[in-house]
Design a protein around this ligand. Structure first.
Ligand code: HDE
Length: 714
């Protein structure tokens, strides 16, 4: 196999322009002499219709927007490569997975689901995690999410789900939020969504960074080897930086302070050379184990617990190049779960089957032409030859008179490939059944894995789920919907339902008598084909489901940002010690000062401010450091500083202070709550000591000081 690592090789076929040292021209290549004035009859006279330069420019502008994605409209992307570390030729004939060290260029697009293109990054939402592999055998798209299950089991419910979660149609409110009546109305009548709801109400739905999210293929797929044998497989992306989230109060504040937080984070990390990296793992399930488990492999509301089938790592993905142009690349990229290469195939998961129709259809309306594969970001590196012709904006200039098959005039070309020559052939699955509109009874248990997820969370994470549900349902105006949800939650965990009920000032209904358990509204009971069941999962709890005890997390502060609050008189040595130590760990210390420009140091030097207190905010950083030497009275009276510290404390971040700066903490509003043994408050009477800096870094490496949280809320 030829190594296709160098994405530049991919780019050779792509027309790039940056205008540097070039004449400005019209789209027809005519050099423009004056781009500032339209053609007029006299300098105060009417504009002339013949001004082809003006009309071309304005017409192009008028058509600059294309329809945004109906879901996953808000996204961010990057280029990189995938490298095989543990080849699996015995499982798949896919060339890009067959050889150790083989690199394949990729483009990844991360996204939120519900919000419009201009919405905030920090909405409580599922994140899309879509990867396009430019393999030598054609395009392979792994179009996944950061949550391994989905809300619904059958594609026919997807438009309903999306209508329910999007802003309500009469007033288009709320933007990028599930906390409203129509969403919870739908969910409260769809018990199959309960597993996904547990994930969506957990901190998975408010990641700290796209770089700190797991990714999942969600459906069970098939790998097909040279002998044509199939193996079931689940795909997992495991982030090198661990799986981390922000807290909900923080997410809401970030949405105001910097709605581009995740976009910027991804962009900056790549610009700084902190290339985001994931391992690709697979759960391998032999064909003969199809019916071995107490859930159905075809049911997309179920995971295969890692306790039953461990994840085998087969490769790694590194994102190392930002796009040149957002629209041309991130917006115009067209993913499709049906873009597969020989060696990868589908299962009959009824959600996946529906997706296989949807994605081409959506590209046709969004990109406007069946030629969307010719847009540079979508082009295959494997040569494309077929008899598809014409259509809007066709780029290819097909030569010759033959555009049909079979033909003799073109020598039979392009010719079909035998399987041994890499021709795609679908897995030879036997299908022999009646035509029915039914759902398998093996899909009927909607609660056991929701409970498995809840049981697997630490007490911190459980309390976050309770608070998320109180928030979301608290925004629901219709009492009956809230009560139905409490009924469903009680099927997952009685205590969970009771905790949520306290926040809603309601009580948990005795659910078995209410229509909610039937998954249909009272008016539509006759459409019910199977009663949902509530079984016990064979696995009780799984560490991999908790973000806090996730076994793939290892302590690191790489790429984290620390706010160093400085004003005149600050100890230059302290600031520089901290900055240098952070840089060594691939993290960044950024100076936040009362104003931009620079602050004067104790040794008559000057330190440049990266942010002013007005433009910075604690929620945009991972930790705060207050170095010694400054005039503390001034800082202690500044509400912005106190709010900065208070937020950092409330969001369980590490706060460090040395020398007399430690006394600033006693002026902060949280001082009364602060416990003496809080492992995230790092104080040293000794200014800039090495142990102090190291203690600060060690505390940060665990992401957040969750031990603090029980003191914060009732
Ligand atoms: Fe999608 N989904 N989806 N989806 N999806 C789209 O395609 C759809 C589903 C996912 O960054 C759309 O190009 C249906 C599951 C991602 O460009 C659309 C169903 C999973 C992205 C569409 C699902 C996903 C999309 C909108 C149920 C996780 C963004 C624009 C049958 C495995 C890709 C577009 C990007 C995008 C349809 C369910 C992931 C409308 C009908 C499950 C990551 O075609």
């Amino acid at each position: 196999m030829k190594n296709f690592q160098d994405e530049k090789q991919r780019d050779l076929s792509v027309n790039k322009s940056d205008g540097t040292n070039k004449f400005m021209t019209t789209d027809q290549g005519v050099r423009i002499n004056d781009d500032n004035n339209s053609l007029k009859s006299g300098d105060r006279g009417p504009s002339l219709l013949e001004d082809f330069i003006l009309r071309e420019k304005i017409t192009h502008f008028d058509h600059e927007r294309i329809p945004e994605r109906i879901v996953h409209a808000r996204g961010s992307g990057a280029h990189g490569f995938f490298e095989v570390t543990n080849p699996i030729p015995e499982l798949t004939k896919a060339g890009f997975l067959k050889e150790a060290g083989l690199k394949t260029p990729v483009f990844v697009r991360f996204s939120t689901v519900a919000g419009f293109r201009g919405s905030t990054d920090l909405a409580r939402d599922v994140r899309g995690f879509a990867v396009k592999f430019y393999t030598q055998e054609g395009i392979y798209d792994l179009v996944g999410n950061n949550i391994p299950v989905f809300f619904i089991q059958d594609a026919s419910k997807f438009p309903d789900l999306v209508h329910a979660v999007k802003p309500e149609p009469h007033n288009e409110i709320p933007q990028a939020a599930s906390a409203h009546d129509t969403f919870w109305d739908f969910i409260s009548l769809m018990p199959e969504s309960m597993h996904m709801i547990m994930w969506a109400m957990s901190d998975r739905a408010i990641p700290r960074s796209y770089r700190m999210m797991e990714g999942f293929g969600v459906h069970t797929f098939r790998l097909i080897n040279e002998a044509g044998e199939s193996t079931f497989v689940k795909f997992h992306w495991k982030p090198k930086l661990g799986t981390h989230a922000v807290v909900w109060d923080e997410a809401q504040k970030i949405s105001g302070k910097n709605p581009d937080f995740h976009r910027e984070d991804l962009w900056e990390a790549i610009e700084m050379g902190n290339f985001p990296e994931w391992e690709l793992g697979i759960q391998i399930i032999p064909e003969e184990d199809e019916h071995k488990y107490d859930f159905d492999l075809l049911d997309p509301t179920k995971i295969v617990p890692e306790e039953l089938v461990p994840v085998t790592i087969i490769g790694r993905m590194v994102l190392n190049r930002n796009p040149d142009n957002f629209f041309a690349e991130t917006e115009q990229i067209a993913f499709h779960p049906g873009h597969v290469v020989p060696g990868i195939d589908f299962t009959n998961d009824p959600l996946l089957q529906g997706r296989l129709f949807s994605y081409t259809d959506t590209q046709l309306s969004r990109l406007g032409s069946p030629n969307f594969h010719e847009i540079p970001i979508n082009r295959s590196v494997a040569p494309v030859h077929n008899n598809q012709r014409d259509g809007h904006m066709r780029q290819e200039i097909n030569k010759g008179r033959v555009s049909y098959h079979p033909n003799s005039l073109g020598g039979g070309c392009p010719f079909q490939a035998k399987i041994s020559e890499g021709g795609f052939s679908s897995f030879n699955e036997r299908v022999d059944a009646h035509k029915v509109r039914e759902r398998s009874t093996s899909f009927a248990d909607h609660f056991s894995q929701a409970r498995l997820f809840f049981n697997s969370q630490t007490s911190t994470e459980k309390s976050h789920i309770v608070r998320a549900l109180r928030f979301e349902l608290g925004k629901v105006e219709t009492t009956a919907i809230r009560v139905r949800m409490l009924g469903l939650l009680s099927q997952v965990d009685r205590q969970l339902a009771e905790q949520v009920a306290i926040g809603l000032g309601a009580s948990v209904p005795s659910t078995l008598e209410t229509p909610i358990n039937k998954g249909v509204s009272p008016e539509n009971e006759e459409t019910l084909k199977h009663e949902p069941t509530n079984a016990e999962s064979s696995v009780n709890a799984s560490d991999a489901l908790s973000m806090i005890i996730n076994p793939t997390n290892s302590p690191t502060i790489a790429s984290r940002k620390v706010a160093i609050i400085c004003t005149d008189g600050v100890s230059e040595a302290s600031v520089m010690n901290m900055k240098n130590a952070l840089t060594k760990e691939d993290a960044k210390g950024l100076v936040v000062a009362p104003h931009l420009g620079s602050v004067l140091t104790d040794s008559d030097g000057a330190i440049a401010a990266d942010f002013s207190l007005l433009t910075a905010s604690s929620v945009l950083f991972d930790a705060v450091y207050i170095p010694h030497g400054m005039s503390l009275n001034e800082l202690a009276e500044d509400d912005t500083v106190l709010e900065f510290l208070n937020d950092a404390y409330k969001h369980c971040k590490v706060i460090g202070a040395d020398g007399e700066a430690t006394s600033l903490l006693s002026a902060a509003p949280f001082a009364l709550k602060m416990s003496n043994d809080d492992p995230g408050i790092i104080l040293s009477s000794d200014s800039g000591s090495e142990t102090f800096v190291q203690d600060f870094i060690n505390a940060m490496a665990n992401h957040r000081v969750w031990e603090r949280e029980p003191n914060l809320y009732n």
